[in-house]
Design a protein around this ligand. Structure first.
Ligand SMILES: [Fe+2]
Length: 337
């Protein structure tokens, strides 16, 4: 018998992913909202941009792009809470795979968590399809996920003990994942220049009580280790969690499909494919600020983000300059800013 009274859950991976059916996004009750959790796929939600943002607010305070809109840069959507995770160019066409923006996106093809490069990390991401390549034709464009809690459970004892004994801190910057994703394009970008956001690697995932490996392609190094050992351990952990047995590849089947995941216990990556340069894959994301006790890691708590030129924002700015970002002005202003 189902443990849920308002939804049906179809298993997509034995340890961490499910398709949730029967959710009425137009009239979502509190009871139904409480039954939705984890890494979940929702088909045909019927959500608009406004409803997407409204739904996401029920998960917590939303991150927004307003603080990146400096030097004349403008948001491309009506809502500052929507992040562009697709391949749409400035004119609404299919992005040229060789364009600067495409070079920026290549870092997203490496397993990561959203926002670990920010002082305050994110809990949930809600990614919604607006336009997708023709499904089930082998064109690619899936979003892949990895289960970092089960990967911790299965880690060899020596490495486990090393992590438990040393309580390592990971140093994250978006500049590093951009450089790894497109080394030639970003060859002049120095990932060490603007500092790092610092988060412990081994953490308890509060909602489940299970231990988790909080790692990502954004993690430049592990504090307190010489460079060779830091790189070796970083790569070992990322390789471990990326194994097929801990991962699942999820396809986008319909417009308005949405996937919600918890960045505090999963990693994800955007899979490439033959659609690139040919078909639109317009995906938009809301990102929820973590409100758990470890949300800020070892970083300075600054709820007002009044130091926009420090660390994460400075790295973003250096990248934006390189890309020459220009967006359309938003038609409305979000209420959280
Ligand atoms: Fe992401």
């Amino acid at each position: 018998m189902s443990a849920f009274s308002t939804i049906t859950v179809k298993e997509l991976h034995p340890t961490f992913a499910a398709e949730v059916q029967g959710v009425d996004f137009q009239n979502l009750s509190d009871k139904q909202f409480d039954e939705v959790y984890g890494v979940c796929v929702f088909r045909k939600t019927g959500l608009s941009d406004a409803k997407h943002v409204e739904f996401s607010r029920r998960l917590g305070e939303l991150d927004h792009t307003r603080r990146y809109m400096v030097a004349g840069r403008k948001s491309r959507y009506e809502f500052y809470e929507l992040f562009d995770a697709g391949n749409i160019d400035e004119n609404g066409g299919v992005l040229d795979p060789n364009s600067p923006k495409a070079q920026f996106g290549k870092g997203n093809a490496l397993f990561h968590v959203d926002s670990s490069f920010n002082p305050r990390r994110s809990s949930f991401s809600c990614l919604r399809a607006i336009t997708i390549p023709p499904p089930n034709q082998g064109l690619g464009g899936n979003t892949d996920f990895a289960d970092s809690r089960t990967a911790w459970d299965d880690l060899d004892n020596a490495t486990k003990q090393d992590l438990l004994d040393n309580d390592y801190v990971g140093a994250h910057t978006i500049a590093y994942s951009r450089k790894l994703g497109s080394p030639e394009f970003f060859k002049d970008l120095d990932p060490t220049k603007d500092g790092f956001s610092r988060h412990r690697i081994l953490q308890k995932h509060e909602p489940s009580g299970r231990m988790n490996l909080y790692i990502a392609a954004h993690m430049h190094h592990i504090e307190g280790l010489p460079e060779d050992k830091s790189t070796a351990l970083r790569n070992k952990l990322l390789d471990h969690v990326s194994q097929e047995k801990y991962t699942v590849s999820l396809g986008w089947e319909n417009e308005s499909d949405m996937i919600i995941w918890d960045n505090r216990c999963t990693l994800h990556r955007a899979a490439g494919g033959a659609f690139e340069g040919k078909y639109k894959r317009d995906l938009r994301r809301t990102t929820v600020h973590d409100d758990s006790p470890t949300a800020w890691g070892l970083n300075k708590v600054d709820m007002s983000f009044t130091e926009p030129k420090k660390t994460a924002d400075a790295a973003h700015e250096a990248i934006a300059k390189k890309l020459g970002f220009q967006h359309e002005a938003p038609k409305t202003v979000d209420v959280n800013a």
